[in-house]
Structure formats: structure tokens, C-alpha cells
Design a protein around this ligand. Structure first.
Ligand SMILES: C[S@@+](CC[C@H](N)C(=O)[O-])C[C@H]1O[C@@H](n2cnc3c(N)ncnc32)[C@H](O)[C@@H]1O
Length: 343
């Protein structure tokens, strides 16, 4: 088939070679393809087949056997690393409000601002919206919404740990899984570092961040980012937590070293379990569930559920749901897809 005319919908996914190819790739890479939805795997395969001009899985199977470098390329296209700082920033605002509520602080008491420099299609800059005549109403509504949204806070292990006055007070533990190139765990670290600088006796905390993709983890360690992942970052956090560097390809943003110390990155395949034995108070598990096959979903959720403390919170992506509950996990905030583990 002529590559120019090759269309994704014309590519054939011949069944026998599909299993053969995935078995071969699985042996070579150790990746468990059963974990992912078939249509997701097929889309990735088709994208690579177009690139290397193979119109059938049969031809791609032999191509990949003759060209070992193609395995790396396939893996590169398979890991969907898209992420950005403060992705769906309202979720991070709720996370910050939760800490404030557990600590008996109000937003007005502190210097903080998570509102992005540019927010979607809104023509009115948010800063102006807040300062306008309608601003106080807008602020009241935001406060009201977030207060209602946090009715569950006293049931959390976070609240218990923060308000434990004993000497053996435990650290707060948060897991970002998957963390891509570090945008999500660093967003969490930025919020907590900013609160810690202003609140005396702020609790000790640790963030574990894991991903299967070795390159993404290396990038996270370096902490240098392009402009396209900074869209939901506020000016306040940009100024306080990044060094802006002019390069031939536009601006780059280097995360401050003092934020890095809160995050421990690990490379791991979550289908094989979690390397750490610790239990978490909050798990961010955003934009992985959408790729997981129905068969693998429950064993994956069992791993996540097991790693949560009683009273722990699971935060999913905006397009992900476990409906009202999953075993001991109960939906407590449908707007932000947050689940609380039974005590
Ligand atoms: C779309 S990103 C989500 C990143 C981040 N949580 C966010 O919301 O922006 C999905 C990530 O899942 C990772 N991933 C895919 N399969 C995985 C697995 N089996 N174990 C761990 N991470 C995996 C990919 O490498 C990719 O970085």
C-alpha cells in the first residue's frame, strides 16, 4: 500500500498476528499488554505501522523482528506521557483547601494563588474577575462551594495525622501514580511547600512518584519543562518556583531545587505491584485508568486500595470514575472524582 494513501482505518489487525506480536513484544519488554484496552493498543500499533509503511500486522511483525530499534520506538509511542502542571487546577485548589481546613486556616490568611495565567476560553482575566464589582460574589461562591465540598475532611487520615498531638506524629504520605515527567508530584510539592513556609508547625510530608517510563522519570529528575506544560500554572507559582530560561526554541522552565527534595521518583510497572510498603493518605491516580482493560481494572484497583490508609483519599482524573464505590472506596466528591477509603 502506498504510504501516502495509507489511512489508519484501512489497516488490518489480523487476529493471529496480533497475539503473536504482543507475545513477542511482551517477552522483549516485560510489558503486560493485557493490562491495556485493546483499542488503545491497536491505535498505538497502527500509528507505528503508518510510520514504517506496514499495512498488515503480519508485515509489521516481521518488520519489528528485523529491526530491533523499532521496539523502542513502539514503546515511545505507547507511553502516553502527556501531563501538565496543575492539570485541572480546581482539583489542586480543593487539595490545598483540604489541608487548610484540617489545619483550621482560611485562604485569606495566606499568600497563595493557583488560578492559571490563562484559563481556557475565558476572555475576562481571572484576576480582574476577582477584583471586579462581581468579584466578591464570585469569591463567596467559590468559598461556599469549596466548604461544602470539604464536609468529609474530618473523616480523613490526613485530618487525624495533622491533629494528632502525640510525640509519635506520623508524616503525611502522598503517592502520584503515574507521575509522567513529574508535573503532577511537583504541583503537589509546590502547594505544600508554599503552605509550609507560612504555617508554623506544618506537618512533615513525603511524596512518592512512580511511572513505568524510564525517560519520563529521567526528565522528572532534571525538572526542565517546555511552555506547553505550564498553561495551568499561576503567575504566583511560576515566579516563586521556576527559573525561566530563554532558549532557541522558546522559553524553558526549570523547577527550583528546594521543591525536588520532597519528591522521590521510582520507575515501576504498576501491573506488577508497588515497590514501597508504606501506606498513603492521598493517592493521585489520574489518567491511567482510562487506558486499562476491563479485565485488569479490578486487580489494578486492588493494588491502589491496599496502599491507602483507612480514611485515605483516591483522586482520579476528570474523565475517570469508579461510579459510587469500589469495595471500601466511596465517592465523596463527584465533581473532582474523589474517593474516601472506609475507616
Ligand atoms: C497521561 S499520563 C498521566 C500523568 C499524570 N497522572 C497526569 O494526570 O497528568 C499516563 C502515564 O501512565 C504511565 N503508565 C502507563 N502504563 C503504566 C504502567 N503499567 N505502570 C506505571 N505507569 C504507567 C505512562 O508512562 C504515562 O506517563
Amino acid at each position: 500500500m502506498n504510504a501516502k494513501l495509507m489511512k489508519i482505518e484501512n489497516i488490518q489487525m489480523d487476529g493471529d498476528y496480533y497475539s503473536l506480536l504482543l507475545e513477542y513484544l511482551s517477552n522483549k519488554t516485560g510489558l503486560n499488554f493485557e493490562f491495556y484496552q485493546r483499542k488503545f493498543v491497536e491505535r498505538r500499533l497502527k500509528a507505528r505501522m503508518i510510520r514504517v509503511k506496514c499495512s498488515t500486522l503480519h508485515s509489521y511483525y516481521y518488520y519489528i523482528k528485523d529491526n530491533p530499534l523499532e521496539i523502542e520506538k513502539f514503546l515511545g509511542s505507547f507511553n502516553i506521557n502527556y501531563s501538565c502542571f496543575f492539570r485541572n487546577w480546581e482539583v489542586f485548589q480543593l487539595f490545598e483547601n483540604l489541608f487548610l481546613k484540617c489545619l483550621y486556616y482560611k485562604r485569606e490568611d495566606l499568600l497563595t494563588n493557583l488560578k492559571p495565567k490563562r484559563k481556557g476560553k475565558s476572555k475576562v482575566p481571572l484576576q480582574n474577575k476577582e477584583n471586579s464589582a462581581n468579584g466578591s460574589l464570585y469569591r463567596k461562591l467559590m468559598t461556599l462551594n469549596s466548604e461544602n465540598a470539604l464536609e468529609f475532611s474530618e473523616k480523613t487520615s490526613l485530618y487525624r495525622k495533622i491533629n494528632d498531638n502525640s510525640r509519635s506524629k506520623e508524616n503525611i504520605k502522598i503517592w502520584s501514580c503515574p507521575c509522567a515527567s513529574g508535573e503532577e508530584p511537583y504541583s503537589i510539592a509546590i502547594i505544600l511547600d508554599n503552605l509550609k513556609k507560612q504555617i508554623p508547625e506544618f506537618p512533615q510530608f513525603k511524596i512518592i512518584a512512580s511511572d513505568i517510563d524510564k525517560d519520563a522519570i529521567s526528565k522528572a529528575h532534571i525538572g526542565l519543562y517546555n511552555e506547553n506544560v505550564m498553561q495551568e500554572l499561576s503567575k504566583f507559582n511560576e515566579v516563586n518556583y521556576f527559573t525561566k530560561i530563554e532558549s532557541r526554541f522558546g522559553y524553558k522552565y526549570l523547577i527550583n531545587e528546594d521543591v525536588k527534595k520532597y519528591v522521590e521518583f521510582i520507575e515501576e510497572d504498576i501491573t506488577k505491584g508497588h515497590k514501597k510498603t508504606k501506606k498513603y493518605d492521598i493517592i493521585f491516580c489520574r489518567y491511567l485508568l482510562i487506558y486499562i482493560s476491563r479485565e485488569a481494572r479490578n486487580s489494578f484497583l486492588d493494588i491502589i486500595e491496599k496502599q491507602l490508609n483507612p480514611g485515605g483519599l483516591l483522586i482520579l482524573g476528570k474523565t475517570e470514575t469508579l461510579f459510587n464505590s469500589y469495595n471500601t472506596l466511596k465517592l465523596i466528591n463527584s465533581r473532582n472524582h474523589i474517593y474516601l477509603k472506609n475507616n
